[in-house]
Design a protein around this ligand. Structure first.
Ligand SMILES: Nc1ncnc2c1ncn2[C@@H]1O[C@H](COP(=O)(O)OP(=O)(O)OP(=O)(O)O)[C@@H](O)[C@H]1O
Ligand SMILES: [Mg+2]
Length: 258
């Protein structure tokens, strides 16, 4: 059945809310010279609203590829991605861009802030692009408080610490109240203490403010902040751990292929 906005709303009213994100048997191949790299080999994943999912796996296991597909930045060769109950396969570039700006938030290891814009202007970019500048400004007041950057909004990125830059990037990711935030090693460029602070903001937002997060990480203790860890190996899901029923040692062993 095609998911129209109306039946999504009807299901939500009936208490049968669609998942934030559903990936069904995703395959992705890259052509590298004469060789084909099969980066994803049938990955399926469901993320509920309000859930925090970490993705771990060795270098080259397909984590970033998966995040690109979930973020509608690349199309799968096979399989499909649903965002908030809406199947995205077959959407044209304009529709994908619109859905990406409205419904997805991105957080990168390298922050990806625009150097000559203030923190405020950076954070508001997605809202300005969807014509929601006014709502964005109201949201930013609240987000800046939550993220502890209210007194830094007029600074440029080079006038901010790494942790502050990532908080601005998080404000930008959340400015349009996305269905899901996709984060690729968001603490990878931060010292461990600053990294823990950013993780605490993410997990606090999931717990208290209803955010939904998918985070790629190499760091077992970072992954323990999530509700669930999905392990990738050679482009396939190799298993899942419930973080409430495991410890950091077990996660480290599993991440190393144990
Ligand atoms: N654009 C591309 N062209 C060719 N091959 C690619 C491309 N992107 C990824 N790959 C290959 O696909 C596989 C998965 O890459 P991916 O970047 O998803 O790994 P990863 O798990 O994110 O690794 P890392 O932990 O090092 O970031 C690798 O073999 C990689 O070389
Ligand atoms: Mg990667």
């Amino acid at each position: 059945m095609a998911d129209t906005a109306t039946n999504i709303e009807a299901r939500a009213a009936a208490g049968d809310e669609p998942s934030a994100l559903v990936a069904v048997t995703l395959h992705k191949r890259y052509l590298l010279g004469s060789q084909t790299v099969h980066a994803l080999r049938g990955v399926s994943l469901t993320v509920r609203r309000g859930e925090f999912v970490a993705v771990m796996g060795a270098s080259g296991s397909g984590k970033s590829t998966l995040l690109h597909l979930l973020g509608l930045l690349e199309a799968p060769d096979e399989g499909r991605v649903e965002i908030g109950g809406r199947d995205t396969s077959g959407l044209d570039d304009d529709a994908l861009t619109e859905l990406r700006r409205r419904s997805l938030g991105f957080l990168f290891q390298t922050f990806e802030l625009i150097p000559n814009l203030s923190a405020r202007e950076n954070a508001l970019l997605p809202a300005d692009m969807t014509g929601d500048g006014e709502a964005g400004r109201a949201r930013l007041t609240h987000l800046a408080e939550v993220l502890g950057i209210a007194d830094r909004l007029d600074h440029r990125p080079d006038q901010l610490s790494g942790g502050q830059r990532q908080r601005v990037a998080l404000a930008r990711a959340l400015i349009n109240d996305p269905i899901v935030v996709l984060a690729d090693e968001p603490t990878g460029n931060l010292d461990s203490r600053t990294g823990r602070e950013v993780l605490a903001l993410l997990s606090g937002g999931v717990r208290d403010l209803g955010w939904t997060v998918v985070m790629v990480t190499h760091d077992a203790s970072a992954a323990m902040e999530a509700d669930r860890i999905v392990f990738l190996r050679d482009g396939e899901v190799a298993g899942t751990l419930d973080t409430h029923e495991t410890d950091v040692q077990a996660v480290m062993e599993r991440a190393l292929g144990g």
